[in-house]
Design a protein around this ligand. Sequence first.
Ligand SMILES: *Cc1c(COP(=O)(O)O)cnc(C)c1O
Length: 388
Amino acid sequence: MGGFPERLAAVLGQRHKEDLYRRRLTLESSQGPLVHVSGRQYLNFCSNDYLGLAAHPRIVERFCSAAAQYGVGSGASHLVCGHSIPHRQLEEALAEFTGRARALLFSSGYMANAGILSSLLQRGDFVFEDRLNHASLLDGGLHSGARFQRFPHNDVAALEAKLKSAQGLKMVVVDGVFSMDGDTAPLAALADLCTRHDAWLMVDDAHGFGVLGERGVGSTEEAGLDVACAPVLMATLGKALGTAGAFVAGSELLIEGLIQQSRNYIYTTALPPAVAAASLEALSLVREEPWRRGHLAQLIVRFRAGAQQLGLPLMSSASAIQPLLVGDAGLAVNLSSRLAEEGFLIGAIRPPTVPAGTSRLRITLSAAHSTEQVDKLLEQLAACWPVN
Ligand SMILES: *Cc1c(COP(=O)(O)O)cnc(C)c1O
């Protein structure tokens, strides 16, 4: 039988055997296109700092001045006495930016997704999720008590068949940009479907917010979606905005409902006020510096053109996430190690994060990269392929 130690050891042994063991890097520098690990400098192509804001001097300065004014810890949950002026200002700014009546901050995207789904859904309801949705959405749906159904990736017809046969309150949940594939949800078609079948659409725009659309509002702006068509809009602040935390934006009723009922909102310490203040500064930069989105878009086009010419296994992504499909987990790890030896940080993404047999190198581009850095990456990838 054995106890917990034996069980843990067995799991770890299995992970080793299947090339699925994970290791953490310890950074010795701030996040950016160049990072230091173990005394060595690397070109970083695996962060989600899409606009290069994580260590931006204006954001750092705003963080420090807010810490001086408000201290470091928020001291309590939002409903007790942890809600301060920077939180309120950030919520108001996010609501205005996304064109929603209100917005509500959560301490992380994972908590926001679990909190939104578990407070909106009840037993007897239906929740439909794309099978490639982020783990936090899948976990939230599974634990919500509602009947949980996955549909094949971006398959609007399959979803329609499921919606037709469901009787009850229905919610459809998708990533705006899929985190491990980089492709986007067919939001216009999904919104139309939801309208026809009286379902609510929830969009997790962790990877679109700040990056996509004319103003950087994200996937919904890019798809030209009416506010009413995506009643639950969620996004994170730890990716393009370069800070931490997450928010949900929507109607007065939605936000007030979450404040009253969401256990993930109620029973946790508020984000540090300085993080909220830093996020406000980041949002200003998103508004003031559209060149970041423009430069990133150019890098994406350049990378794809170069990779195509080299015959690299690109996936159908137009976003900053540009995975190269490898297949075998061991091979993906070997490639990632080989690239690290040459000074390039690129993560090998393996099951259970992605389906078995679809391990990949997840390359992410950032507005902080130069064209020369992207060209260097292409040169190095050319030296690695074909792989075996
Ligand atoms: C990163 C991510 C989350 C989780 O956000 P955190 O703030 O990192 O907890 C949720 N959804 C998607 C699609 C993500 O990529």
